[in-house]
Design a protein around this ligand. Sequence first.
Ligand SMILES: *[C@@H]1O[C@H](CO)[C@@H](O)[C@H](O)[C@H]1NC(C)=O
Length: 219
Amino acid sequence: MFSNTIFLAIAATLPLAFSSPIPAPAVAQTSALNDTDSIQSGPAWYSGPYYNFPSIDTWLGFDDMFNRNKNSMSANGDTGDDIGRIYNAIKDAATIGVDERVILGIIMQESHGDVGVRTTYSPEGIPTAGIMQCSGCNGYPGQHGLSQDQITSMVRGGTEHFKANLRDWGDQQATSSIYPALREYNSGSVCDQNDLSNGCGATASYVSDISQRLQGWVD
Ligand SMILES: *[C@@H]1O[C@H](CO)[C@@H](O)[C@H](O)[C@H]1NC(C)=O
């Protein structure tokens, strides 16, 4: 089992002050399915079928990717303990059979890792909650300093949801499964396999953005 003590030693190297301002609260985008929380598009734009998106051998290692995202989590209100518990929760949820880097990419895309992220609602009024903004998942809007169980429940819920999407696309540790599954996670379906940046009414840049997070883009 991962030692939280060791992680906190890593977290302690974080600067105590952050130069980047906390983003302004997002205006609710009621036209979008499975809204994400005030996420801007990445610097590059990938589109087309899955093989147009970055290959797995261009992704960072998990610890490197995680360390790069800690400042963003802190800037969105997470405590040092919250961040350590997100790390632990991802390691735990990965045992469901999802690449830990993909779990982290979804977390950063959906909420910047803010454990107190707001709950968003689809046009039909279906809530998506928690750091992975999933239907049926727990949320703790406005709260920080959560317990390991609370954070683990959000990460396991989102990862279970993504695992079901992955199974719809062959459940392989391959971009042919992972990228369409990310589109399905955001949109509920893949309306155009020839363009995973067709958001089907949800976030068009979703797969493109996460593919860049896997390569180290941080916002
Ligand atoms: C996104 O919305 C669709 C349509 O409502 C739904 O089927 C899907 O489960 C949602 N995804 C998540 C992660 O909640």
